[in-house]
Write a protein that binds this ligand. Sequence first.
Ligand code: PTT
Ligand code: SF4
Length: 604
Amino acid sequence: MKGYTGKILRINLSDGRVSKEEISEEMRKKFLGGRGFAAKILWEEVSGVDPLSEGNKVVFSTGPLTGLPLPSSGKMVIASKSPLTGGYGDGNIGSMAAVHLRRAGYDVLIVEGRSEAPCYIAIHDERVEILDARDIWGKMTFEAQDDLEAKHGRNVGVLVIGPAGENMVRFATVMSQRGRAGGRPGMGAVMGSKNLKAVVIKGTGKTPAFDEKRVQEMGKEGYGEIKGKDNYDFWIRQGTMQVFEWCNENSCLPTYNFREGAFRFSKQLDGYALEKLKVDRKGCPLCNMQCGMVIKDADKRNAELDYENVGMLGPNIAMDDLSKVGVLNRMADAYGLDTISLGSCLGFLMEASERELLDTRIEWGDLNACKKVIEDIAKKRGLGEIIFEGVRKASERVGGDSRDWAMHVKGLEISAYDCHACPGMALSYGTSPIGAHHKDAWVISWEISMDRFSYSKEKVEKVIELQRLRGGLFESMTTCRLPWIEVNFGLHWYPKYLEAARGEGITQEEISVLGDRIYSLIRSFWIRESGSWNREMDYPPSRWFEEPLPQGDLKGYKLDRARYGEMLSQYYEIRGWDENGIPKEQTLEGLGLGNIVRVPRKNG
Ligand code: PTT
Ligand code: SF4
């Protein structure tokens, strides 16, 4: 099949070995690329190891659309066994590194082993080097990126970790281009555990395509269509921040550690507030709807904002000024911490302090206290020692009833949508393949436009439909889904893009099977790796079931545990999983995984 380089580059940091392997035809057909490749590789190569040990691997994985002149195709998946959750973890980052990896002749980079001393990897086409990183170890991501560009030239792709990754903070992420972040479930910590500060990639070859001319033509048409969309101009003004006001109006804005769904000071934080502070716009390569909104923050420095960052570092911790949120966002990018988990961790500490479960006081909305805690997290000291492994572990440390309001699923902190009155979105969080993240099924907008309070089978089916498209197709092609979601760019384009890129399109039926295959494979990984799998792991935290919304239009609403359980059972049935959420043997057979996967049947 054309449209792939067909190569995996494997680098072992323990012994310095570098090898190149073929990607089989079967792998390409069954798993497409990106997340599909990563899940298959991790299933086969990472079993029973501590995520921060030499035995774990980091997989940087592109797909057949990555790097082609097609809308928003500068993306790659970074995956590993997660040190935050203990299960499968990945993130999707926009970076020139994705584009350069394919130009250098590789679809996938696997990094394994552990270097004795701080190092970084430099890939320049065929030449692969493991270089000394002692002079950049300890540096913030921005400075490290500057230094690496000074050494290797500005025309390279850089993936880098900050002090948080080096110190193996469990929600350390990987940064690129001073504002792109990827790998929420601790992929930065896995790099840190390998003493790997960065990967620098330069490729000078051509990105492979089956029909180059057709790709060019259709790309041009696609970019043009995006620009002509009704919502395009507003998107350019506010980007993902356009959803902030809507969340507040619909009582799904995370507020006071997900206790409430609307914030009194929301007007000081929303998309219009952003427009007043905006000084620039940035984004991923090959995109003509760039959504990284840059503002001048309260320290008079540039900070790049997205909705999730503002939701979690704003109302969730009662920070009522966007320029202050910008400071925290910039610090997270500099230290290399995931903003969603960070906002949840700060909210958790503030609530624990309010309930007198901590020796130290940390008040809601206190900027200086937050700045200090961020530094402490990155250095694992003070309150950082309590929270550096995320809210699940922190709740074991602080005790009381904190387990009920430690806002996570499977150990991954929840992204910025409150679900007291959104059962469908709660199911989406519950069944996301990496723990609570919205990326696989952002069902909430559809749900609120329909019957938001129902626990219908239609909702379950919608969650699965979105998971197939977003979690299966988009994560594996690998390209940004926002043109489709945010400006209504036609989904019908993508099978055509795949056809031009690799000589083979994809049918609706094949999209469903691909998504289901990846989901059952990742689920099998979780069951094998988590040790004690149980159905409760697919439930959101107690807070949403037990504590009704205390104010606003939806005052008194909360989730119903029994009805959520019924939805979950329907979900398992459609997926072909048993009553504990374990894929059945005939399901694995039917998805062509029979000869690949053996799932432990025991569960605890
Ligand atoms: C993603 C998660 C998100 S999702 C956001 S804001 W969002 C947060 N951004 C962070 C950040 O910034 N700095 C930081 N230190 N931590 C951050 N953590 C959070 O990470 C991102 C965009 C966004 S912005 C979204 S919705 C879409 N996500 C996509 C996806 O998942 N798949 C896909 N095929 N296309 C997507 N397009 C959009 O990409 P994770 P990015 Mg990201 C400053 O990484 O781990 O997946 O978590 O990659 O290049 O920054 O683009 O309102
Ligand atoms: Fe990146 Fe935003 Fe463009 Fe998507 S829309 S490719 S996240 S800049």
